[in-house]
Write a protein that binds this ligand. Structure first.
Ligand code: 3EB
Length: 322
């Protein structure tokens, strides 16, 4: 058996989109189906995400080097292998008093679980909640989610926030899904010099600022894990209602993250991306933009609402160095 050099970080999971059949192999850390028509597998590594695909409905698959073990503990399920940990919580807000209580509960479970794991450095986290923009002003559901999230974040987040995505789904509005990727050493958090860090957003965006980093360079320096990225410049939303201009601004933000982290320019075959589209009728516009500006990038488009009502599109994903 080959010994692992203790000074070198484990290679990052390989992320790809595949047909859902056969998505799970012994070295699969996690796999995701999208929407109500996705298959159900009784395996803790499989999560059916409550976002409907636009167009093809591939599965997203994370592969690691090594055998993967797995288990469940109440509302939490986990898998680990090759130095990497996947953990997910699904819960119902009506059992936790609403979006704030559900977020506090989900983050509490995840924080306590990760705190006792070897893989305690959370690199990336995803959040899907229903009716994200319902409610006015400080009562918008996303803002309550932000308060619960920070309340449930334990010690493991005390040294800085992971890269994240928070998107509104259109399934059962009470369903909250949160999942994360962690490993045994810290990654490098990356902020975007074009944007105010989310945790410093001014009061107008809510009582509790969103707690996430713009990206994480994974410990082996081989992949940039990119947070949900939208047309935010400074702290303001740009180009309200204009899908073409928002896509162009989002791409400027994505390119800035590559520059800032020292990753090579451009998004192509080594950058699997997800695009969250508020208005399904914008699918064609998004595909035309992607064909031109993200040539060859594996893409998964889903119907999802960005956490600010005026934003029509958000893009997240991975940029592998080679
Ligand atoms: C923004 O830039 C857009 O609350 O976890 C993007 C990524 C956004 C993550 C989150 C929110 C989150 O502020 C919104």
């Amino acid at each position: 058996m080959r010994e692992r050099n203790p000074l070198s970080a484990r290679p990052s999971p390989r992320v790809g989109y595949r047909p859902p059949a056969g998505a799970l192999s012994p070295s699969t850390l996690a796999a995701f189906g999208f929407g109500a028509a996705a298959p159900v597998h009784d395996d803790p590594r499989w999560l059916r995400v409550a976002l409907e695909p636009l167009g093809d409905a591939p599965a997203e698959v994370w592969e690691v080097d090594g055998e993967v073990s797995r288990g469940r503990q109440g509302d939490l399920r986990w898998s680990r292998g090759g130095g990497w940990l996947f953990a997910a919580v699904e819960c119902r807000e009506d059992e936790h008093g609403g979006p704030e209580g559900a977020a506090r509960y989900a983050y509490g479970l995840l924080s306590r679980f990760v705190a006792t794991a070897d893989e305690r450095h959370v690199q990336r986290i995803w959040n899907y909640l229903g009716a994200i923009n319902a409610g006015n002003g400080d009562d918008e559901r996303y803002k309550h989610f932000c308060t619960g999230r920070i309340g449930g974040m334990g010690e493991i987040f005390a040294h800085g926030y992971p890269a994240a995505t928070a998107i509104g789904h259109h399934a059962d509005a009470a369903l909250l899904q949160v999942y994360l990727l962690a490993t045994d050493r810290p990654g490098t958090r990356v902020e975007n010099p074009r944007q105010v860090s989310a945790w410093r957003y001014p009061r107008q965006y809510g009582r509790t600022p969103p707690s996430f980093a713009r990206a994480t360079l994974l410990p082996a320096n081989d992949v940039l894990a990119i947070s949900g990225t939208a047309a935010v410049v400074g702290h303001a939303s740009a180009h309200a209602g204009d899908i073409d201009a928002q896509l162009a601004e989002t791409l400027r933000n994505l390119e800035t993250l590559l520059d800032t982290s020292g990753m090579p320019h451009g998004f192509g075959p080594s950058a699997p991306l997800k695009v969250y589209v508020r208005r399904p009728e914008d699918e064609e516009t998004v595909r035309i933009f992607a064909a031109k500006h993200l040539p060859g990038a594996p893409l998964l488009l889903v119907h999802g609402d960005v956490c600010r009502a005026e934003l029509l599109v958000e893009i997240d994903g991975w940029r592998y160095r080679g």
